[in-house]
Design a protein around this ligand. Structure first.
Ligand code: BGC
Length: 268
């Protein structure tokens, strides 16, 4: 892999002011991309990441938008194009959990999770695809007209009691990703997903914050360690770069083996 495989490209990472999104944004910047740090809350965290990226000699801006709001998504893209001219890479990462047993789940909890996690990816992918198709390939920049990386989860495959809204959103992302990959491939746009396992971020703090919780979590992870955000950032750089030019419509599981049915290591 070239040292700065994303040099000269501009990237949008949604939900980039913490956790996995932050790591993807930092890795993209380190790989040479100009990065838009999208956020919805805590602007100071987004600004601090931008400053840090700039101190490292790279380029970033922070833009606020609720990814489930069509007007805000369009305005964000407008601001990005004004600043960087175009988009080469979208990492549709913004996601939330609002957990509840099914019988207690309010419609509001269902709708909010589906709106952010699934509709948000649709809205952001649609705006990116419009620009990729309008602009086409610039061979000196990338072999592709554009790259979309959908942040999914092991829960696109693994059922998860108490998280029906979240698991349904991730199952939806899987089919959204494959369908738009098929649809956009003739335009030289690549669409893929990353399915992280348990990555140590605020979203799953309860699963790793105490030694007890962590040791229970590790029974689900053959590699015997919780993932770090940079594990996902590195995978995203590869999927965004021309090193993966023939990779289309696939999901890259980055999960320390969580999807290998760890219970069967000793049973069955
Ligand atoms: C969830 C985390 C969870 C992990 C593995 C992720 O998609 O957001 O809360 O720890 O899947 O179960």
């Amino acid at each position: 892999m070239r040292n700065r495989p994303l040099e000269g490209q501009s990237a949008l990472v949604t939900g980039a002011n913490s956790g996995i999104g932050e790591a993807v944004a930092r890795c993209f910047a380190g790989a040479g991309a100009k990065v838009v740090i999208n956020y919805i809350s805590r602007p100071e965290a987004a600004d601090a990441i931008v400053e840090d990226i700039k101190r490292g000699g790279n380029e970033a801006i922070a833009l606020s938008a609720d990814v489930s709001n069509e007007d805000e998504v369009k305005a964000m893209y407008g601001a990005m194009f004004k600043r960087y001219g175009t988009i080469d890479i979208l990492c549709a990462n913004a996601g939330i959990q609002l957990d509840s047993p099914l019988v207690d789940m309010t419609l509001a909890k269902w709708n909010t999770v589906l709106a952010v996690n699934l509709t948000g990816q649709f809205l952001c992918a649609r705006e990116a695809a419009r620009e990729f198709i309008r602009r086409g390939v610039r061979p000196e920049i990338s072999a592709a007209a554009g790259k979309i990386i959908c942040m999914s989860s092991v829960h696109q495959d693994i059922p998860w009691a108490g998280h029906a809204n979240y698991a349904a959103s991730k199952g939806g992302i899987h089919m959204l990703m494959q369908t738009i990959a098929q649809e956009l491939a003739p335009h030289k746009v690549r669409v893929n997903a990353i399915a992280p396992g348990a990555i140590q971020t605020p979203i799953n703090r309860a699963a790793w914050a105490t030694p007890d919780a962590l040791s229970r979590l590790l029974t689900l992870i053959p590699d015997q360690r919780i993932g770090q955000p940079v594990d996902i950032g590195r995978a995203a750089v590869w999927l965004a770069s021309d090193d993966s030019d023939y990779v289309q419509g696939t999901t890259l599981f980055v999960d320390g083996g969580m999807t290998l049915y760890p219970g069967f290591a000793t049973g069955g």
